[in-house]
Design a protein around this ligand. Structure first.
Ligand code: HEM
Length: 204
């Protein structure tokens, strides 16, 4: 049976997703003993990742959407939300020197839909994380959890799926392979980034 591109993406990135969930910095997000300081560290790491990635990703996604317009999907930048959340938590949002995020969006952008899949899909896990943050730390959309807040993303995942479910991105198996490679590259770049971040902050 032929699987849709979204089903293939989900299946073929499952190991990378599971591995990322066990990364210690991320794992502690769902701990019942999570502290504000630990949450602040995750926000800072996320902010550094998205700031670096979105320098290229925002214009690349806009160019892709010009080539393949969608009636209702657009990429909403995450870095400004993370910067607000860092401020609300009172954590510095700059000052760390960290390696740049290693994701290649260049060439004809064949990887790009896979990168967007990972970012848009992560809002699905974000729902659970938002509930947990409200419960353990009492933070909500306007007090440090705007990035994870589910209402904000309620439309973007379905809109992304509708846009991406049409056949522009994956007429041929070679294209599907590039999209899946882009998604796995994104998971692994984020994982590596969190590992580096953990080394930096725990070595201080
Ligand atoms: C503690 C961290 C995380 C937890 C507990 C978690 C958990 C989840 C859960 C429960 C779902 C929904 C599955 C479903 O509806 O069937 C999901 C979906 C997803 N998550 Fe995560 N997640 C985490 C972190 C991340 C991160 C950091 C990313 C990438 C930036 C990510 C990417 C995705 C994607 C792409 C999907 C959609 C899969 C699909 O339906 O195709 N997750 N996650």
């Amino acid at each position: 049976m032929d699987l849709s591109i979204l089903e293939q993406l989900r299946e073929q990135t499952r190991p990378a997703h599971l591995a990322l969930e066990t990364q210690p910095l991320l794992k502690q997000l769902l701990s019942s003993r999570l502290t504000r300081a630990e949450y602040g560290q995750v926000l800072q790491a996320m902010l550094a990742f998205y700031q670096s990635l979105e320098l290229e990703l925002v214009p690349a996604a806009a160019a892709l959407l010009r080539r393949h317009p969608s009636p209702d999907y657009q990429y909403l930048p995450r870095a400004p939300l993370l910067a607000d959340d860092c401020r609300a938590l009172g954590c510095a949002s700059a000052g760390f020197i960290h390696p740049p995020v290693e994701i290649q969006l260049g060439g004809r952008g064949a990887n790009l839909p896979g990168v967007l899949y990972v970012i848009e899909g992560s809002t699905q896990g974000g729902k659970f994380i938002a509930k947990h943050l409200a419960h353990t730390l009492g933070v909500s959309e306007d007090s440090g959890a705007s990035f994870f807040h589910n209402q904000r993303w309620a439309n973007s995942w379905p809109a992304f799926r509708r846009w991406f479910g049409t056949d522009w991105a994956h007429d041929r198996q070679a294209e599907i392979d590039s999209v899946i490679a882009g998604a796995n590259m994104t998971f692994s770049a984020l994982h590596t980034h969190f590992d580096h971040w953990q080394g930096l902050t725990h070595g201080r």
